[in-house]
Design a protein around this ligand. Structure first.
Ligand SMILES: Nc1ccn([C@@H]2O[C@H](COP(=O)(O)OP(=O)(O)OP(=O)(O)O)[C@@H](O)[C@H]2O)c(=O)n1
Ligand SMILES: C[C@](O)(CO)[C@H](O)COP(=O)(O)O
Length: 231
């Protein structure tokens, strides 16, 4: 009888939230009674398939240890890096090769269990190495003239998707792909970018658009609304 490999949640939470322009990194802003990071941790830790959660924190983070969740037995912290990909790689170094890493932005607190369930189906597929949550592009897409706010042309939106997180891959493959991609100086803005560069097939799993990334102040009331809908 074969046993299922362990699934570890990896949360890059070492960003400083430049675009949010708040008095602290956005993952420590409070929404619906909890910090954004606590909502994210709860969404992952409460899922039965996830064994443990690894959080990458900024080296000078003064906030995390004050959270009630700090010190939980299912939680490990590591030090993050200069870019998101460096933070993820530091967390992956704490995991065994034969596990799966489910990487999810701290800044996406509105994740629901149905989406995690749909993503986990990729572990049973032979046609892909892993997969990501994503939403099909809905608006008309414009390509601007380089560095300008004028339209060069309209791009076809056929087969265009927004990449969300979580993104789920075998830990050993993802660690190697990120290491190689970073060493080659490639832009690695998500885990799938590294896996694509390494030649792997990645599944797109149609996701709930409520799983927004909180980036700018205008995203906060929308995320608060989605969190209230979940309760
Ligand atoms: N060196 C970094 C940079 C980002 N992140 C994390 O990656 C996720 C997505 O990044 P983003 O939304 O860009 O967050 P920030 O980098 O904090 O925001 P900004 O780009 O506006 O500074 C966030 O959970 C952020 O904490 C990280 O762990 N390590
Ligand atoms: C990983 C990601 O959430 C996919 O949409 C996104 O790329 C991370 O945000 P960033 O602003 O690119 O760091």
């Amino acid at each position: 009888m074969s046993t299922k490999p362990a699934i570890y949640a990896v949360i890059p939470a070492a960003g400083i939230g430049t675009r949010m322009q708040a008095d602290r990194p956005k993952q420590y802003l409070t929404l619906a009674g909890k910090t954004i990071l606590e909502h994210t941790l709860n969404a992952l830790a409460s899922h039965a398939a996830i064994s443990e959660v690894i959080v990458a924190l900024h080296p000078d983070d003064p906030y995390f240890t004050d959270l009630p969740v700090a010190g939980s037995p299912w939680l490990t912290t590591v030090t993050g890096g200069n870019e998101r990909a460096d933070s993820v790689l530091n967390a992956l170094r704490a995991l065994s090769d034969d596990s799966w890493a489910l990487v999810h932005d701290a800044a996406r607190p509105c994740l629901d269990h149905e989406d995690i369930d749909r993503l986990l189906t990729v572990t049973d597929r032979d046609d892909v190495a892993g997969g990501i949550l994503a939403t099909p592009v809905r608006d008309t897409m414009k390509r601007a003239h380089a560095g300008q706010a004028t339209v060069a042309h309209t791009e076809s939106r056929d087969d265009l998707w927004h990449a969300l997180t979580p993104q789920l891959f075998p830990t050993g493959l993802l660690r190697q792909a990120l290491t190689d991609g970073l060493a080659a100086g490639q832009p690695i803005t998500d885990e799938a970018s590294a896996m694509e560069l390494a030649g792997f097939e990645v599944a797109l799993i149609d996701a709930n658009p409520a799983n927004i990334k909180i980036t700018r102040p205008a995203d906060l009331p929308l995320a608060a609304f989605y969190l209230q809908q979940q309760t």
